[in-house]
Write a protein that binds this ligand. Structure first.
Ligand SMILES: Nc1ncnc2c1ncn2[C@@H]1O[C@H](COP(=O)(O)OP(=O)(O)OP(=O)(O)O)[C@@H](O)[C@H]1O
Length: 642
């Protein structure tokens, strides 16, 4: 298994939305404003508390200066004055501590609140975005956005933002205070700080790029872990664990390299952040002592100058860390909006229509479709399909592998939108229905049955939200519906699970067999009571006997339901009233199985290739003939005779 590189696995190249590139860091982060608004008052109060704490810390040197110049040097230092000054300093210290605690208290909850809002918004968006989006985006990239990027944003809001603003204000006010003590000393301090601002400027330009790369690579790594955990059976069965590990190591090493690059950039800034204040302190000390000797500065002023400069050290030193945190956050915000600003073409219509009397007629009217990434020279995959499935009719779709059967079925519930023509249910274009109504009218079961890590009951009744409730009547109705659906899908095994239908089926239902999963997925589609049932080869993992029983029960249930069934096995075709033959993107023939067998050569070819596939896949009994094969031959003979 080769893991995707960050170049290929990051943002898809064919998206046209706003990615935040070209925005300043401020403008990029400002896009969070709508999410921040409810929490803004507390963040501002936190900032006020932090600013007051800074003012208090800057006031302490004033008291020191008064103490030294007034009490100690000129009036000989009366004990009571010293005690008052010490008490004042103690009081200011306590006030500073209280204000810092208040800052933490104010900003803690808004950060978590904003993070939860962002996460819910992202999840909702991922639910809305069409399948075409999910085809293009690796899941790890989405996972890392939902977890680590939002975590970064929370930490910045709760800590980085407030400290950044407050420290900048403290530095500006602090330098003002230094000028108040002595303009020349302060000016020297400012001039000697210039290398810091230059280093900060270059740091900004470099760090932003590396931070983006690092966060994207973390997403790639998450994708690799997700893929290998998901495909652990395949990796083990083919003994490719060490190969996967090799690929993972290479990716992890790449990320380590990027993290080192980041650390080097931060270390470069730190060098200036630590060195510049030390040099400035040394130069100012020499100059200050000389100024005192020249009577241009009092000892108290010199002491207060250095006490203030010491107060400013932490804000200055923290700028590097806060800058890197801010750029990491900017990157996280960009990555969040990569997803949030993706347009959703499959949405509710502005003036939705409603199916007044559902009958279940399904019409494909000159339907065209091509995938976004299909090369231009290729014709449409679905190239002008006209087909009518009558109310209550079961229609099987048959075609060679890759002919577009699954694609065509996925157009009905608008997993993708047609690129030409229209699909109508009871005369209404599916694009004119709200998605809620459309998906209540159409239910789907796929060959690759996905279950959610919740109970069998919740999985099967997924499409019936009205059956989730605690009152006895709802529970009774839910139990009855569940029993019927499980019976139709021959999934009574669910009652024998350790906790019956309340048993949690594990992630993606992987604790069940493929056939069991398919039967639960089929039960889910049946329980949804749709007027149109779309089944994409939902019986492929069942043995012949079970398939026959399911088929028989489905026949009864499908009586009033229109069904479109993708058939990968000849036996599935027997379920259908009529068969549509898909060839070169079009429906080239429609009729009963026996009619098509008798008159259509391509149909015979498709059926015989399906038989070949099945023969290779099915286990053989002692006579060398599979049970599937025998059943199919019997079926075919009967059909042709008929
Ligand atoms: N999400 C996708 N993006 C781009 N191309 C796709 C996508 N899904 C399918 N295709 C391509 O569309 C073609 C038709 O695929 P589809 O799965 O609809 O065929 P099918 O008839 O159901 O095949 P099979 O019988 O093997 O299941 C294939 O060439 C496939 O590679």
């Amino acid at each position: 298994m080769s893991a995707p590189s960050s170049e290929t696995a990051d943002r898809p190249t064919n998206t046209t939305h706003d990615t935040g590139e070209g925005l300043s860091t401020f403008a990029s982060i400002a896009r969070l404003y709508p999410y921040l608004r409810p929490a803004l008052s507390r963040i501002v109060l936190g900032m006020v508390a932090a600013l007051l704490a800074s003012v208090v810390s800057l006031a302490i040197p004033f008291v020191l200066q008064r103490l030294v110049d007034g009490t100690l040097l000129h009036r000989g230092g009366s004990r009571s004055e010293v005690v008052v000054a010490a008490a004042a300093i103690l009081g200011l210290g306590v006030a500073e501590a209280v204000l810092i605690s208040l800052r933490r208290w104010f900003v803690l909850t808004p950060g978590t609140k904003v993070e939860a809002t962002l996460r819910n918004g992202l999840y909702a968006k991922l639910q809305q975005l069409p399948v075409a989006f999910h085809d293009r985006w690796p899941s790890g990239q989405l996972l890392s956005r939902a977890v680590s990027d939002l975590n970064l944003i929370r930490r910045w809001l709760s800590f980085g933002l407030v400290l950044f603003v407050v420290n900048i204000v403290t530095i500006v006010v602090g330098f003002g205070v230094l000028f108040y003590y002595h303009w020349l000393l302060a000016l020297v301090m400012v001039v000697l700080s210039i290398p810091l601002w230059v280093a900060g400027f270059f740091f900004e330009r470099k760090y932003h790029v590396v931070a983006r790369r690092s966060q994207d690579q973390q997403g790639d790594l998450a994708t690799a872990v997700e893929e290998s955990v998901h495909g652990i059976r395949v990796l083990k069965a083919f003994g490719r664990g060490s190969h996967a590990l090799k690929g993972f190591r290479a990716q992890a090493e790449q990320l380590r390299g990027t993290e080192l690059e980041k650390a080097r950039a931060v270390a470069g800034l730190w060098l200036w952040l630590l060195m510049v204040p030390d040099v400035a302190f040394a130069v100012c000390l020499g100059l200050g002592v000389w100024l005192v000797s020249q009577d241009q500065l009092t000892v108290g002023q010199l002491l207060a100058f250095f006490a203030t400069a010491t107060v400013l050290r932490f804000p200055i030193e923290s700028i590097g860390f806060l800058l890197s945190m801010t750029f990491d956050t900017r990157t996280a915000v960009d990555r969040f909006f990569d997803v949030m600003s993706t347009p959703n073409p499959i949405d509710d219509p502005t003036a939705p229509r409603h199916i007044e009397q559902p009958r279940g007629e399904l019409v494909f009217d000159d339907v065209h479709f091509r995938y976004e990434d299909a090369p231009e020279r290729f014709p449409d995959l679905v190239d002008g399909i006209d087909l009518t499935v009558r109310p209550g009719e079961t229609m099987a779709l048959v075609g060679l592998t890759g002919s577009g059967k699954s694609t065509l079925t996925s157009l009905v519930p608008r997993l993708y939108d047609v690129t030409g023509g229209a699909i109508r249910i009871d005369g209404v274009d599916v694009r004119e229905l709200t998605l809620e109504e459309l998906r209540a009218r159409v239910a789907m079961a796929f060959e690759d049955a996905t279950l959610f890590s919740t109970s069998v009951r919740d999985n099967v009744l997924l499409g019936r939200p009205e059956l989730f409730g605690d009152d006895p009547a709802t529970k009774k109705a839910a139990d009855a519906q569940l029993a019927e659906a499980l019976e139709v899908a021959q999934a009574a095994f669910a009652y024998d699970l350790p906790e019956g239908v309340e048993t949690k089926v594990g992630e993606e239902g992987l604790s069940l067999s493929g056939g069991q999963r398919q039967r639960l997925a089929l039960a889910r589609a049946v329980a949804a009571k749709p007027s149109v049932l779309v089944l994409d080869d939902p019986l492929s993992a069942l043995d012949v006997d079970t398939e026959a029983r399911v088929t028989e029960r489905l026949h009864k249930v499908l009586d009033g339901t229109t069904a479109l069934i993708v058939a990968h096995r000849p036996s599935t075709v027997t379920l259908a009233d009529r068969v549509a033959l898909l060839q070169d993107g079009r429906v080239t023939d429609v009729g009963t199985h026996s009619e098509l067998l008798a008159r259509n050569e391509h149909y015979r070819f498709v059926i015989s290739s399906l038989e070949d596939e099945e023969r290779q896949a099915a286990p053989r009994d002692t006579e060398g003939v599979s049970r599937n094969e025998r059943a199919r031959m019997e079926n075919m003979e009967e059909e042709v005779d008929a």
